[in-house]
Design a protein around this ligand. Sequence first.
Ligand SMILES: [Zn+2]
Length: 267
Amino acid sequence: MITDEIANAILDSKSNVFLTGAGISTESGVPDYRSSNNQFWGEYDSKDFYLSNFLTNSGSRMRCWRSCAVFYETMKNAQPNPAHLVLAELERRKLLRGIITQNVDGLHQKAGNSKKVVIELHGTAHTISCVDCGRKYDSEGIYTSISKWTSVPYCENCQGILKPDTVFPGEPIIPNVAKRVLQMATSCKLLIVIGSSLEVQPAAYLPLKAKESGAKLGIINLTPTPYDKYADYLIYRPAGKTLAEIVKKINDQVRPPTEERTGQYGP
Ligand SMILES: [Zn+2]
């Protein structure tokens, strides 16, 4: 079975990197915030999310904040699903070198992955920063007061414009982050894509970079991606069920780090 092959590849490689997209978090009830044509964002205008509009047009900024507040409310109480828990388990077992995620929900860290292994390509929805002085704010504090807003929020320190720490369309990826993900993709032995349709750059070019550098490629996604023809392992199934099956096969071959961790992923 293909899940046996992936389990064996994970055990053999030991230098495993996972690239996760919105599909890993939809099972936790988190909507895909980058997709402008899905049901969740359907009533909002994606133009308000372009960085230039956000920074120069207070109307755009207000609409953007209200959209972000709706997303934050939906996301903040989401819990990790079996797919997130399996990746945390693989880190504990020293079978995971890194996670490159397109998600902004922080669910990998909530599942137990350490901060140092998770690279958030599109930033995080959990903090907000001043674009002028760089002061950081906890999103919860800003959004709880949104119903009282008569104008967009400004920095308490310098009155600068506040912006969610998510990467907006038209906003470049932080150079240090771009460098780290490229280094990770080109030095791993196995890259497994989970729940990403691989349509948004820079994540989309990472599978090819990994292949060119000699890594094997796995793709677990509900629908086909443009890179399926390069995949050594390809599965069109939900992430949670598939990863639970893979970790069970790993557990059948190697003892888990502690006994109480067995059986937590369900059938
Ligand atoms: Zn400031």
